[in-house]
Design a protein around this ligand. Sequence first.
Ligand code: ADP
Ligand code: MG
Length: 740
Amino acid sequence: MKKIFIKDLNTPVQFIKGIGPKRAEAFSKKSINTVYDLIYYFPFDYLDLTEVSRISDLKKINDISKNVSVIGTVRSIDITGRPPKRQCIIILGDDSGVIPLVFFQNINYFKTAYKIGDTLAVSGKLNYFMNKVQIVHPRIDRIDINEKPTEANLINTKGLIPKYSMCEEFRNARITDTALRKILHYVVNEYVPLIEDFLPEYIIKENSLLSLQDALRKVHFPKTTEEKNSARIRLKFDEWFLFQLMLALRRRFLKVQLPGIPFNVKSSLARKLVDSLSFKLTKAQIRVIKEIADDMQSPKPMNRLLQGDVGSGKTIVALISMLIAVENNYQVAFMAPTEILAEQHYRTITQFLNDLNLNVRLLLGAQKRSFKESILNEIKTGNANIVIGTHALIQERIEFANLGLVIIDEQHRFGVEQRAELMKKAKESIKIQPDVLVMTATPIPRTLSLTVYGDLDVSIIDELPKDRKPVKTLLYSESETGKLYQFIRNIIDMGQQVYIIYPLIEESEKMDLKAAVESYEKFQKEIFPDLNIGLIHGRMSAEERDQVMKAFKENKINILVSTTVIEVGIDIPNATMMVIEHAERFGLSQLHQLRGRVGRGAEQSYCILVAPNWLVNKVRKKNLKYEISNDYNFNDNNELEEQKAIIRIQAMLSTNDGFKISEIDLKLRGPGDFFGTRQSGLPEFNIANVLEDGNLINLARKIAFKVIETDPQLRKDEHRLIRKIFLERMKDKFDLIQVG
Ligand code: ADP
Ligand code: MG
């Protein structure tokens, strides 16, 4: 009996009523091959027709806070008024009357988006203008041209109509909205009863979840909003549960299966370092040092993420843990995302450790061969105590004598795989698991760190050193350069220094580089001929860059013109002004990172964003609040990009808080782009959404971790199906461990 079952859900879609080879081919473009895939092709949205009004009845509605829906055809489309009062008016009519739909924004889009005769389902709030009802910026859904909204083709529900994501191939195979709804209606009725619920009764009951069958039916054809919501909750839960199960297993594996190093954390080296500092550690630094030391002392391997905004002082925290490892006769690998940063860490660390007589080594890709060989040899013999480098550190040839601690700086640039690779390397060299500390300056919301770094413990430095004044952020337009140059001059007259950053992106690298070089020449020859101007960019050799940076650090250069190669981690307290040209071209987190290069000393620092006049004018128009909202139609891509640029600039002007900045950035870019999907280790979810599911993520996490705690191999009968589905769905993401 069972066998037939499974075979049925695996039936190729081609054999389903209404689907032939041609449509099957189209479905395969969306990775829909079997009946099962089809059932899991969830609507991305629903058309709410629970309360469709006749247009003539709208006048009787007095409550203007209420949402109304109407269905009608487009009678006319017109543009009226002059800028800035231009508007697009679409007249919509049904058999009872007509109503104007009014658009103030994205006018050019709405002018051409619909044609006379199109059937639209429209919802929004009523608005009275000169005693007549209208709807401003309604939500609009176009209904298939040859699809009259009759009950028959809206499929057995007057309530919520599922909307499925469509593509060119679907259209070519005549898979219309209506056709797809019909197919799904059939498949859901016939095949959902074959699906087994993998969640045990106790999890479903305790958390008031829908049964899987119920949820699958209702996600496609809900009668009410409540039905839709509870169906989606169950299905999102499933995805988070399986994902957290993987994290729980991975973490268990790291913690339990491999022995770690029980370091003695009473370190006289660390004590000496702290005593020699010219500043006092912040409370937050002391707290996270304690968290790290506790981990290091424990015989279980450390897997910890250290989060802290730019300038919060992560380096010194890392250094203290390095000294603990070194004092226990273990080696430390410190990995930075770029050579420049590795070099800087090397310089800072050797300075800090000046009196401690340790062997600190810098390993880079571009080093002379013989020199490199000698370093590799020192690493192999255990002569080198601390090795700083880039990903060169995970090259095959490197052998450590006894690697005990791995520190990875600015983790968001490294992938999960690279981290795993380093751990493997460490294991090979010492047959036990080294402690791992990952540092990141991208603060992410806590629920997110549980998803993205769910197999790590998290420490947060949520406090900047006391002597810091917050950086003042100002916006200048391109026509205000006179004022800007005067400001720069004032800063330099006070003996301080200035960065001027130009954007450089791959697609226009040559032109961008040219712009930076030309500006440098202009500054040196025309604008500030009496000052020393430096130039630094990615095309220079490491030595050349080094020389310029050194001169800047020694205040021999007043103004440093640069492309974004100095993006992260550079630490020069006397540089108090950061000018960012074409600020509109930078990402938000990147802008914030750049701002973090200043404000590192006791003086007031400034971040000047320079942007085109039109953008500056828009930002300066008070009351104009731009927000990214899901209801808003941003079909015009340019307009969307403009809007986003404005939001980025406004965010920079309104807050210095790295957590807020990263939340906004995450919203603007979406999780895939924000983390880089492949890098983050986040799978591509079907229905789960990292931005919306905060509570559900925590719930799923709690339950998944408990399941693994009580039944680590999923051997109990009640967990049998979890095991099965987990192995089926998560196997390829499950690199480090096997379920026993
Ligand atoms: P980030 O967290 O961005 O890596 P750094 O570790 O580079 O920050 O620290 C920024 C600067 O602040 C460095 O010059 C560092 O020496 C200094 N610093 C670190 N901790 C403190 C503190 N408690 N008080 C004052 N300055 C500190
Ligand atoms: Mg740093």
